[in-house]
Every structure is written in C-alpha cells, then in structure tokens.
Ligand binder design. Structure first.
Ligand code: AMP
Length: 401
C-alpha cells in the first residue's frame, strides 16, 4: 500500500510517499510559500531533485500540485493517484481527547478545530491540509497523528500546574507536551537497540532541534515531558525561552508590553538567539564560540545546562534509568552539546565514551562507555516513518504499532 504522509504549516506542505509495509520512501518534498505568487515545489523521487515553480494560492491548490507531480510521467512514482491507499497527517494539538492516532471523520475535525485555541499557529494549517487531502482523495482513509498523544499517559501529578484547580476545569490548562511522535519513535528504537520489548525500557529522550523537549519514559510510556500547555515551556530552544519565572511577564506588562509583544518576545526573540544576539542556529553558534564570541558560548552553555538539569530531574522521576537518547538536528549532530549535557554524570550512572561521542560509529549508536550503567544513544528521529506506520495500521483496521 502507498501511504502519503502530510505535514502542513501555515504556508507550506511537507510530504513523503511510503511503500508500506516495507517503509521505503518513494518520493518526498516540500511545497513552500503557499499564497505567494512565487510558491515552489521541491520534489525528490527516483534519485533526482526537482524545483518546480507553481502558483499555489491555498493548501488545496498546493495538494493538487503535489498529487499531480507524484503521478506525473517524468517526475512521478505512480501511474495514478488512486494508488494511494491512505493518508497520514501530523496534527500538533489533540488536547485531552486523543491518546493515539485516529481515523479522521467529522467529529475528529471538529475537535482539532476546537483545540486550535491552544495551538493557533499549528492546528489551523494542519486542518487546511486535512481538508485539502479529503477533497483531493475523497475515498482514501485519512489518519491524524497528534504530537500530544504519546504524552497522554503522563500522570495528573505531573501534568497539572499548581494554579487554582478551577483553571484546569474551566479551560483545561495543563501540561500536554509535544514532539510526542518523535519521543515515541526514539524510545521504541532505543528498546529495540537494547534488545528489549517496547514497554520494557526507562529512558530520558532528548529531542533537541530548533524546538527542543525532553521526556521521561517509564515502561515505554511518557511519564513527564518538558513542554507544557504550549511548546514554550522547558528547554532553551532556537528562539524560545523555555522555563522562566512567569512574574517576568507581569513585570513587563506593567512596563507597557502587550500580549502580542510578550508572545513574540518569548517565542521568537529568546532562546539561543536572544542570549547570543547572533543566531538561533547551533552550528552557527558553535563556530562563533570557537572564534571567541562570549555570548555564543554562553548561549550554548545555558542550552546544555538546562538539558542537564532535566536529566537530573527525570532520573529522580524514573528511579531507574536504562538510557538517555539524543535526537533532533542538535541531539544527533552535536558531540559538544551531548558532552556538556551529560558528561561527568558518573554519579548517576551516565558515562560517555569520548571517542564514540565525537564520532558515533553508526547512524544509530550507543556512545556510552562500556562501563556506563546507563546507555547513551544517538538515534535519528523519523516522525514521518512513525506516522506512516500508524496510518498503515489504522487503514487496515489494526491498532497503531
Ligand atoms: P531540527 O529542527 O531538528 O532540524 O534541528 C535544527 C538545529 O540542528 C539547528 O540549530 C542546527 O544548527 C542544528 N544542527 C544541525 N546539524 C548540526 C551539527 N552538525 N552540529 C550542531 N548543530 C547542528
């Protein structure tokens, strides 16, 4: 069965076409600048990359272009779009309602719409993609995979904020967590690498990309995570602050900043960018730090210090720990960040092998010292593959893997 995986942003559609159950990627691409006259499709298939200018005025037009390209004689990989057997969509916020992936119907769409209140930047474009795909592929099962779903197992003691309980009752203000598809994927891969059942592992998973979050995984299920009601809480990120004293917001409000300004300040002007004043990009900052830029070095140190703090906290949450897993652009590629985040933690059983950390011996690698009680794993995340697996399973009336 061919499974199309869709990830829609406000002005973009990312897609991958999988041959399931083998899991081979037949084609992938990105349609960007939707709504602008200069929109273009970057499409890869059969070992060739194509840049196709188009004028996609909305997500429906974008989806039409993508499907036509997938079935085109020269750049395509199938005779007709009717070969697509199921379509999987990344959806950021599933509220408390969705604890796993689901087949999309009118009720699911209404719920995703309702949760747009909690994820105004993400759920509306995710819905636009769902609507476009349902229109273009009306007879194909559409599946929603929620970023929040893996964290549905977090206990009340960890998901509630110590605010008046009425706020939870009235507005459902609580920790939801995000990057769930990634945390689940790498936790399962970690269990497989250690030769264990997927529900027989305690791990701390660190998704460190432009957005960053960590999860405490107990028995293969999320027990806590660093992001909260929104993806702002927790770690230092590219442009997001992560944790800080909320009284700072009230202080700044008294100084005259309105909610729009504060929102931009915390989400777009903080984190690595805010501290360094140079860049939100770790590679760039590492180069600047090597050149002696003090604030670039400080931003990296603060980033790693926060990861280290959460490793300590989640070790205490879990009690016993089998593995720390690094993933995401930074987690997978930065030995410096891994070393600063979990070097010299032999006290709690975590010992890196400096050579292996500097040059992981394989794509998925154990970079801990032989004597380390806790394994330290580098595992490239693959959220699209996880969505494809869920989609394939649900389209066949099976439980998600
Ligand atoms: P992602 O959002 O997962 O694509 O991750 C983006 C982040 O990964 C950016 O901060 C990049 O600078 C960082 N990154 C990618 N490659 C490297 C690398 N080789 N070393 C350090 N950071 C990297």
């Amino acid at each position: 069965m061919k499974v199309l995986v869709i990830n829609c942003g406000s002005s973009s559609i990312k897609y991958q076409l999988y041959d399931m159950p083998a899991g081979n990627v037949l084609a992938k691409g990105l349609l960007e600048r939707i709504g602008e006259p200069t929109s273009r499709l970057l499409h890869q298939a059969r070992g060739a990359a194509h840049e196709i200018p188009c004028a996609a005025e909305d997500h429906v037009a974008g989806m039409e272009t993508i499907l036509a390209t997938l079935a085109s004689p020269d750049k395509g990989v199938m005779g007709a779009i009717t070969e697509i057997g199921a379509c999987g969509h990344r959806v950021v916020h599933g509220g408390e309602e969705f604890t796993g992936s689901v087949i999309i119907d009118g009720d699911v769409i209404a719920s995703i719409e309702r949760f747009a209140d909690l994820a105004p930047l993400h759920n509306p474009p995710n819905l636009a993609g769902i609507r476009a795909a349902r229109r273009e592929l009306p007879d194909v099962p559409q599946i929603a995979c929620f970023d929040t779903a893996f964290h549905a197992t977090i206990p009340e003691v960890a998901y509630l904020y110590a605010l008046p309980y009425a706020l939870y009752e009235q507005y459902r203000i609580r920790r939801y967590g995000f990057h769930g598809t990634s945390h689940r994927y790498v936790a399962r891969r970690a269990a497989a690498l250690l030769g264990r059942d997927k529900y027989d592992i305690n791990a701390i998973t660190c998704h460190l990309g432009n957005g960053c979050s960590m999860a405490a995984v107990r028995g293969g299920r999320s027990a806590d995570t660093s992001m909260g009601l929104t993806p702002l809480e927790g770690l230092v990120m590219g442009t997001r602050s992560g944790d800080f004293d909320p009284a700072i917001l009230m202080y700044l409000a008294e100084k005259g900043m309105d909610t729009r300004r504060l929102n931009s300040l915390c989400n777009k002007e903080s984190g690595l960018l805010g501290i360094s004043g140079i860049s939100n990009d770790m590679r760039n900052l590492a180069a600047q730090a090597r050149n002696g830029e003090r604030r670039a070095a400080l931003a990296i140190d603060m980033f790693c210090y926060r990861v280290r703090k959460y490793i300590g906290a989640y070790t205490a949450v879990l009690g016993t720990l089998d593995a720390v897993v690094f993933t995401g652009g930074i987690g997978e590629n930065s030995p410096l960040v891994r070393e600063k985040s979990c070097g010299a933690l032999a006290q709690i059983g975590i010992e890196l092998d400096p050579e292996k950390n500097a040059r992981p011996p394989a794509r998925e690698a154990d970079v801990a010292a032989a004597a380390s009680r806790v394994r330290v794993l580098v595992i490239p995340t693959d959220e699209e593959a996880a969505i494809a697996q869920d989609t394939y399973a649900l389209a066949q009336d099976k439980e998600q893997p």
